[in-house]
Design a protein around this ligand. Structure first.
Ligand SMILES: Cc1cc2nc3c(=O)[nH]c(=O)nc-3n(C[C@H](O)[C@H](O)[C@H](O)COP(=O)(O)O)c2cc1C
Length: 266
């Protein structure tokens, strides 16, 4: 059996064995990453995976800057957790899907509506905001990623969240942060408080912090032809080998994903 197949089976068996025996939160930091699992949203285990019902999960890349690592981290999450094949198997539906959502493609203006999103009831004045609202309302659950910028979540992500209300209200999600030393713990806590304790009342099933270190990066230069502004900085830092660098965080990632899959399919 290949190691991917072994991992796949382990996650399936983990999902199947999740129980709702305790309350409160579990903190697990044995692997370098820090996983905080919330038990308050756990459901009683039924005969999950038997009925056929398609589900979709949106994975939001929280950063948009040139040379960001956010997209690589989001792709690592999707690929290394095998979330889509497991979701299809667990929901017994080949229509179930996991999609990457890139705020760079959405290109939202700063929130400047005359009312709050709860009062607007989806009647947003910008075309891009309407597309964003429609896209986000189409998912059953989310994995939201944020980097830590100045001890907080990425402002572009906060602006994007400001547009939402009914689209994501009370829906389940996993929150993943990354940053130096503590894996963006302050950004993670700030964003968790916003998403869970505001009117959005999202169900954060687990929170994962992924620490990055200088030795994980290599400094590169953008292709000079692709950069029209000659005054702009052409250097950026790229993760050398994300699979290898993030290997210690894989167990925690799989636990988080398993919890989300179990929640939406039972
Ligand atoms: C504006 C800015 C502020 C930052 N502030 C922090 C910080 O407070 N804590 C931290 O751990 N890393 C900080 N960093 C480093 C980021 O964690 C690191 O650059 C990471 O790659 C950012 O994610 P991104 O590449 O997806 O944008 C900061 C980076 C930027 C660009």
């Amino acid at each position: 059996m290949t190691s991917n197949k072994v991992l796949f089976n382990l996650v399936i068996s983990f999902i199947t064995n999740i129980t709702s025996s305790s309350s409160g939160s579990n903190v697990d930091n044995n692997n370098g990453s820090i996983l905080i699992q919330s038990n308050k949203h756990r459901k009683q285990v039924g005969a999950a995976g038997v009925k056929s019902s398609s589900k979709s999960i949106g994975v939001v890349i929280g950063s948009t800057r040139k040379g960001r690592i956010g997209k690589d981290v989001a792709q690592w999450v999707i690929e290394q957790s095998h979330i889509e094949p497991i979701l299809k198997q667990y929901t017994n539906s080949s229509s179930s899907k996991v999609e990457l959502i890139d705020l760079l493609d959405i290109n939202l203006p700063f929130y400047d509506e005359s009312l709050s999103p709860a009062e607007l009831n989806g009647q947003l004045s910008s075309e891009n905001a309407l597309k964003w609202s429609k896209l986000m309302s189409s998912y059953d659950a989310y994995i939201i990623l944020t980097a830590e910028y100045n001890r907080g979540p990425v402002p572009v992500l906060l602006n994007a969240i400001d547009y939402l209300y009914a689209e994501i209200k009370q829906k389940p999600m996993v929150l993943i942060s990354y940053g130096y030393t503590q894996g963006g713990i302050r950004a993670n806590e700030h964003l968790a408080d916003m998403l869970e304790n505001s009117f959005l009342s999202m169900k954060i099933l687990s929170r994962l912090h992924l620490p990055i270190r200088e030795d994980m990066f290599v400094v590169k230069s953008f292709d000079s032809n692709s950069n029209s502004n000659s005054n702009s900085n052409t250097r950026y830092k790229q993760l050398k080998d994300i699979n290898n660098s993030f290997k210690p965080y894989l167990v925690d990632l799989n636990q988080s994903v398993a919890q989300l899959l179990h929640f939406i399919s039972s």
